[in-house]
Design a protein around this ligand. Structure first.
Ligand code: UDP
Length: 497
């Protein structure tokens, strides 16, 4: 595909990519949380990137500015890079419903699932290439020869060739994958490999996700990470967390909340909760009944298995130990590249309604407001901090930022022992892994075990925090980016460029 302009049979310029405005974050925000080695790693890596890039722009291109792990990371990683003198920028491609339905299909297939069962044939290729050709016009106006471009996920792979033709150095990163390939995974790669093969470097969260057909000389592993200073992860006292949950309408505080400005925005200004969550519950909010909370925060995606969490909790936790479950996700139409959210949320509501009233009253479904991403992050933070146990019962998971977020907050986490979750959590040490993600009894047993033994859960939470500090904070990922840039700028240009 050319980045020069749309061909006559392709859509004209109705899909123009949109650049996400980014600030520059001073590195000293991290001094309080990183150890000396982490700070040194961060500063050295940024100096290395700055020297290597020498005036080139480091572009990131993805398909949504809000919702999900990629957006979460770019909002925080890039400002640190900019604060360290790297010209990091972020552009979001646009597309129609047909494009995002197709890319969600590819997403599901790459996880080894059939998804909507639709085809990946010539018509789909034409929708895919047409949408990206339209976006490519705006991208070609911005990217200069020699710039470094990091493309994220299947939505953007069709841009690789055109970007290389204008002389950019191009890496493509997949945030998804599954440990065991199957016919669905192969189908997705048959569609994607003709584009992905042209990237100078391809990045995966685990070695197991690398498809046959990509030479090791073009592959690297890069695991995601979190920003400990972000609104999502910054410290909150129990009183502040409680005020936030009360103001969002999620959990009534035992006494009236005191703090009207409970969180700090990235620019240092105070923030308040002005939008309530949409909550489905019967009767009073849980804290009034004062039982420990179990929380899962995820997009409404079948692969996050909200219905499984609900049944596992109802049938294998509640009969053994008193507790409340909050299943939370973004408002259903807020994540543009996730068109299946409404359907998954509706299925969760149906499953909730089918439970007996006495069980249902201990389970709350919550759609968190997305008007203001800092406000949303503060609510997620408060939910994770207020939980006795945080769960991530995914059926498939490329990485699972929510697990790292909860571990950083010293929470005891129960997660499926699959994909990236198995790298994040040391089973029995820094959390509990459930080896078969479909085993509701084992899931319930793990949650029950932690609820019954808060001292063991607290010890696990302490170890979880240290695991995240050493492996899953942004200093480590920025070091990986410095290595990527070094590798790209050392890559000999292939023929045809
Ligand atoms: N998230 C959020 N608000 C929500 C639901 C999720 O900010 O209402 C965030 C969550 O805290 C995490 C990210 O979205 O940072 C999800 O990343 P993860 O890797 O867990 O899953 P993905 O959505 O990328 O599959």
């Amino acid at each position: 595909m050319s980045l020069v302009g749309p061909t006559p049979d392709r859509p004209p310029t109705e899909f123009r990519p949109i650049e996400v405005p980014l600030g520059a974050e001073p590195l000293d925000r991290l001094v309080a949380v990183l150890d000396a080695a982490g700070m040194a790693r961060l500063e050295t890596s940024l100096a290395r990137m700055r020297a290597l890039l020498a005036g080139r722009v480091f572009w990131n291109i993805s398909s949504t500015a809000a919702g999900g792990g990629v957006a979460e990371m770019l909002h925080t990683l890039l400002p640190y890079m900019r604060g360290g003198g790297v010209d990091g920028r972020w552009t979001v491609i646009q597309g129609g419903a047909d494009f995002f339905a197709l890319t969600k299909r590819i997403h599901n297939l790459l996880h080894g699932e059939s998804g909507d069962g639709g085809a990946l044939g010539a018509d789909e290729r034409s929708i895919y290439e047409g949408t990206l050709a339209a976006n490519a016009v705006g991208i070609a106006e911005a990217v200069r020869p020699g710039d470094v471009v990091l493309l994220h996920d299947p939505q953007t792979a069709g841009l690789i060739d055109g970007l290389r033709q204008i002389g950019a150095l191009v890496a493509w990163r997949s945030h998804i994958g599954t440990d065991r390939s199957n016919a669905q995974v192969e189908q997705a790669w048959r569609f994607l490999l003709p584009y992905v093969r042209d990237a100078d470097v391809t990045l995966f969260s685990r070695t197991a996700y690398v498809p046959a057909g990509l030479g090791p000389e073009h592959v690297a592993v890069m695991q995601p990470s979190i920003d400990p200073a972000a609104t999502k992860n910054q410290e909150q006292t129990p009183a502040v967390a409680s005020a936030i949950l009360d103001q969002a309408g999620l959990v009534r505080a035992a006494s009236p909340p005191l703090d009207p400005q409970p969180f700090t925005r990235p620019d240092g200004s105070p923030g308040r909760i002005e939008h309530g969550a949409e909550v489905l519950r019967t009767g009073a909010s849980p804290r009034i009944r004062n039982r420990p909370l179990v929380v899962q925060v995820s997009r409404w995606d079948v692969l996050k298995d909200p219905v499984g969490v609900l049944h596992g909790f109802a049938h294998h936790v509640l009969p053994h130990v008193p507790a409340e479950l909050i299943l939370a996700g973004p408002t259903v139409h807020s994540v543009v590249d996730d068109p299946e959210a409404a359907e998954t949320f509706d299925a969760t509501v149906d499953a909730w309604r089918a439970l007996p009233h006495g069980v249902r009253r201990h389970i709350e479904l919550a759609c968190l407001p997305m008007h203001d991403l800092d406000e949303n992050a503060a609510i997620v933070n408060a939910l994770q901090r207020s939980a006795a146990v945080v769960v991530q019962k995914s059926l498939k998971e490329g990485f699972g930022l929510t697990a790292s977020e909860a571990m950083w907050k010293r929470r005891a986490v129960v997660a499926s022992g699959i994909g990236g979750l198995a790298d994040q959590i040391g089973d029995g040490v820094s959390g509990l892994l459930v080896h078969d993600p479909n085993d509701l009894a084992a899931f319930g047993q793990a949650v029950t075990q932690l609820l019954r033994d808060p001292v063991a859960a607290e010890r696990m939470g302490e170890r979880a925090r240290e695991r995240v500090r050493s492996h899953f904070l942004h200093d480590r990922q920025i070091a990986d980016h410095a290595e990527l840039v070094e590798r790209l700028l050392g890559t000999p240009q292939r023929s045809g460029t």
